[in-house]
Design a protein around this ligand. Structure first.
Ligand code: NAD
Length: 310
């Protein structure tokens, strides 16, 4: 990776990934793009809609881009409210980026999600290769994206690689309308008012990952020896798996007066109920050495420290 372009760079994942890539490869070598305004950090930024193929092509060509981290998307809860727009952004954006990767010989990172599974998928120890019949539009775009990336690799030799991320937890940028957003919101509420009203049921168990591990996973996969990759575009990766009740209990270890109540949002609960509880990520461990650094206890301690400093 010498000249990198990030789409969706001002979002939850993109804002922190861009900073890490700039620290590692030089700020001038990492172009942040988004349809939202620029990051506050110094470095090149283009205001760009991923559906605008001709501008995207021009930016990639004129900057000699060799690697694209394609993060721009509508997330699960927002997508369910705007399904046609979600298909347009998530699928047309991806095929544009794949075409550009084919034309300019770029490597491509595409983040899939636990949403790419569905109610017929085994929900515990979810295998790497298993039934995928998602019931949300977001999940449908993610499983289609995985297949499209495989197709571009097989037919056109595009070096496309990807991860099935669980819910991402971060202290820098607030999440953008996903079903696991509660696992970030709860920390801000715990510090500000020592109380949180959760939109998922107390016993809703889902896979999660702290942002430093999510960034490390993306960069480690993109720099891995390609001859060792059998699953390329959709590696299961996880770091921890917990319920809102278990997360609240861990926060109470640091803030004993913290309380949690539950007012279930039927839309997001139904989405969460269609996702796996805990994925098996042994293929990622075996093929490119994936290892998470943060479990529940370490993540909670670090989140509370970081948010208190913000
Ligand atoms: P986010 O919503 O915080 O950021 C997405 C960014 O994409 C936003 O800054 C938005 O402005 C931008 N965007 C939307 N439409 C665009 C368009 N047409 N053109 C250009 N930019 C556009 O999401 P995130 O959490 O940073 O997620 C990044 C990627 O990771 C997404 O593909 C998402 O599906 C995937 N992912 C996220 C999670 C999670 O928990 N956050 C989990 C699994 C997978």
């Amino acid at each position: 990776m010498k000249k990198i372009l990030v789409t969706g760079a001002t979002g939850q994942l993109g804002s922190e990934l861009t900073i890490t890539l700039r620290n590692r490869y030089g700020a001038e070598n990492v172009l942040a793009t988004d349809k939202k305004p620029a990051l506050s950090e110094p470095g090149p930024f283009y205001c760009l809609d991923v559906r605008d193929m001709s501008t995207l092509n021009q930016v990639v060509e004129s900057n000699n881009i060799d690697t694209i981290f394609h993060l721009a998307a509508l997330l699960s809860a927002v997508a369910e409210q705007k399904p046609q727009q979600a298909w347009d952004i998530n699928m047309n954006g991806l095929i544009n980026v794949l075409e550009i990767s084919r034309m300019h010989h770029c490597a491509l990172f595409f983040p899939s999600s636990i949403a790419a599974f569905g109610t017929e998928t085994p929900s515990m120890d979810t295998p790497q290769d298993t039934i995928q019949r998602p019931t949300t539009i977001y999940g449908i775009t993610k499983v289609s994206g995985e297949l499209l990336c495989d197709y571009y690799h097989r037919h056109f030799g595009v070096d496309a690689r990807g991860l099935r991320y669980p819910g991402l937890i971060s202290s820098k940028t607030k999440p953008g309308g996903g079903t696991t957003d509660y696992a970030v919101d709860i920390f801000y509420a715990a510090i500000k008012s020592q109380h949180y009203e959760c939109f998922l049921r107390a016993d809703t168990q889902l896979d999660m990952m702290y942002m430093p591990d999510a960034i490390d996973a993306a960069i480690t996969l993109m720099t891995a020896d390609s001859t060792q990759l059998k699953h390329r575009n959709a590696f299961n990766v996880t770091a921890m798996s917990f319920t809102p009740q278990q997360l609240a209990a861990e926060i109470q270890e640091h803030i004993p007066e913290f309380t949690i109540t539950y007012r279930v949002d039927p839309l997001r609960q139904a989405i969460a109920d269609s996702w796996p509880r805990h994925m098996n990520d042994s293929a990622a461990k075996a093929e490119w050495g994936w290892r998470a650094q943060f479990g529940l206890q370490a993540m909670v301690k670090n989140m509370l420290e970081k948010i208190a400093l913000n």
